[in-house]
Ligand binder design. Structure first.
Ligand SMILES: *[C@@H]1O[C@H](CO)[C@@H](O)[C@H](O)[C@H]1NC(C)=O
Ligand SMILES: *[C@@H]1O[C@H](CO)[C@@H](O)[C@H](O)[C@H]1NC(C)=O
Ligand SMILES: *[C@@H]1O[C@H](CO)[C@@H](O)[C@H](O)[C@H]1NC(C)=O
Ligand SMILES: *[C@@H]1O[C@H](CO)[C@@H](O)[C@H](O)[C@H]1NC(C)=O
Ligand SMILES: *[C@@H]1O[C@H](CO)[C@@H](O)[C@H](O)[C@H]1NC(C)=O
Ligand SMILES: *[C@@H]1O[C@H](CO)[C@@H](O)[C@H](O)[C@H]1NC(C)=O
Length: 465
């Protein structure tokens, strides 16, 4: 009896407990089912808007109120061989190509390299995520296009020159990453755009070549001293050039290659010696090139790839500069001829080139160069074709691509390349769509994007990723 009573109490307690747990489990299962449904909805949304997002041209032709005019613009790609299309929605970029190639065939032709579009290219908003990855910082003192950005030893970013469609700037300014402030610094002796800017081992910055607003390329060069905020003229290159490349070698010299001079597109290359302030010519490239890329490899070689050759031919060839022998050697061809593309040396030693354009269209392809094999292999395509974009290697080894032009549309989209997966994924869009801008990776890991232009005009704005 006593035992039964205890048993019955235990059973009673157990029953109560069982009923209580039963109700608790029902709640848990209910919550689980709700979570499952929410996850499914999120997954469906992600697949719809991110993974299977329509391309910008699809957006234009289906959703844009001005789809007909845009579709026309897209279908009639600006030809860089056209010498009369100066006031069309083609880009200043395409026009600069025109100028250089015109000079190649007709050295006596004088054309103005800066033109202001009278028709407004469209800026598309492609916001794919609510995450705020970009933050607008203070404005630069001037709206700048085809300027340069160099990270100094003290972590500041030096911005030089550029143009705003009517004025070419000799001014320079500094971005302070700790205060997020811009300050004007000493002006260059010569106004220039389409020049190069190289940080030297001694902390000075070498600016070389470019154009000053006429159709005249510059051969002069100057040095910026961050401790005095001043510029001093240094030795001039033997050849005037713009849209060339500049690479700081492991031995401290700076190698410039190609570009367009005053007699056409160049195959010449020269070395600047910071100790003497003098340029010496080194071997010619195997091909003349403008709007190519130059990348420093792990072994110290410089890889030059693509560009535009004479007679407006977009090239797929690539070559290697050996600093010990001072010679250029041809290496494997790109799978796609391209110019106005970007190149990034990855942590695994491969060189990633992305997008750019050929004679017909803007490209969304990317490829990798492996020095061991001397060959290029294609990797994942970007979600958007782009030219006059930027790429930046991040601390996490991913590569960030921002903005650029897709035909006449200025992009605000940004994508990340994952070297392990070989794929591109969308990341937060820049606040202001832009092309012909600069991107600099700061010591704190952030990326500073500055200037450029879009349908609203030339930009003085800057933002951080
Ligand atoms: C930056 O410049 C733009 C365009 O001139 C202007 O609209 C904006 O208010 C400026 N922003 C700041 C913070 O001064
Ligand atoms: C370009 O800059 C100059 C000098 O600051 C200025 O006078 C001019 O209005 C600017 N032009 C445009 C299109 O912003
Ligand atoms: C940064 O700019 C703000 C606003 O112009 C100013 O108040 C502040 O003093 C500046 N800081 C520095 C370190 O220059
Ligand atoms: C541009 O540079 C050329 C060559 O150095 C020079 O003759 C010309 O006067 C310069 N033009 C301007 C506007 O500075
Ligand atoms: C470089 O260009 C010059 C002038 O066009 C030409 O004479 C020379 O043959 C070229 N050199 C090479 C290696 O292509
Ligand atoms: C480059 O090619 C070599 C030879 O095929 C290969 O062993 C190496 O893994 C490649 N490098 C990378 C980073 O893929």
């Amino acid at each position: 009896m006593h035992t039964n009573q205890v048993y019955s109490e235990v059973v009673t307690v157990n029953n109560g407990s069982h009923k209580w747990w039963h109700r608790r489990w029902m709640k848990i299962i209910g919550i689980f089912i709700i979570l499952l449904i929410v996850s499914a909805i999120i997954l469906a949304l992600v697949l719809n808007f991110v993974v299977f997002a329509p391309t910008i041209s699809e957006i234009n032709t289906t959703a844009s109120p001005s789809s007909s005019s845009l579709a026309t613009t897209i279908s009639t790609l600006p030809s860089s061989s056209t010498t009369t299309s100066t006031m069309t929605p083609t880009t200043t970029l395409a026009q600069t190509t025109t100028t250089s190639t015109t000079e190649q065939s007709e050295p006596t032709t004088t054309t103005t390299s800066i033109t202001v579009s009278t028709t407004t290219p469209t800026t598309m908003s492609t916001t794919t995520t609510a995450v705020q990855e970009w933050v607008v910082t203070g404005n630069m003192s001037a709206a700048r296009y085809i300027h340069t950005a160099s990270v100094l030893e003290n972590g500041f970013v030096l911005i030089t020159g550029g143009n705003n469609g009517s004025t070419v700037f000799n001014s320079a300014e500094l971005y302070n990453p700790s205060t997020d402030n811009w300050t004007t610094t000493g002006s260059m002796n010569v106004a220039r755009f389409g020049h190069t800017s190289s940080t030297l081992a001694n902390g000075l910055v070498l600016v070389a070549g470019g154009r000053n607003g006429t159709a005249v390329s510059l051969n002069n060069a100057e040095l910026y001293n961050p401790s005095t905020d001043t510029w001093t003229t240094t030795g001039s290159m033997s050849v005037a050039r713009w849209y060339h490349t500049a690479s700081t070698l492991a031995n401290g010299l700076v190698l410039v290659a190609g570009g367009s001079g005053n007699g056409g597109i160049l195959n010449s290359s020269e070395l600047y010696n910071p100790s003497t302030g003098i340029w010496i010519t080194t071997e010619n490239l195997n091909a003349v090139r403008i709007a190519h890329t130059a990348s420093t490899l792990a072994n110290g070689f410089i890889l030059v790839a693509g560009g535009v050759s004479s007679n407006d031919v977009y090239v797929n060839s690539a070559e290697l500069y050996n600093p010990s022998t001072g010679t250029w050697t041809s290496t494997g061809n790109l799978n796609f001829a391209r110019a106005y593309h970007t190149a990034s040396t990855l942590a695994n030693g491969l060189v990633l080139v992305s997008c750019g354009r050929d004679a017909i269209t803007v490209l969304n392809s990317a490829e990798l160069y492996n020095l061991s094999t001397g060959t290029w292999t294609t990797t994942g395509n970007l979600n958007f074709a782009r030219v006059a974009h930027t790429t930046s290697t991040l601390a996490n080894r991913k590569v960030l691509v921002t903005g650029g032009l897709q035909d006449s549309i200025t992009l605000d989209s940004a994508e990340l390349y994952n070297p392990s997966a070989g794929t591109w994924t969308s990341t937060g869009s820049v606040t202001i769509a832009r092309y012909g801008h600069t991107a600099a990776t700061l010591a704190n890991g952030k990326v500073l994007v500055t200037g450029g232009q879009n349908s609203d005009g030339y930009l003085n704005s800057a933002e951080l990723y």
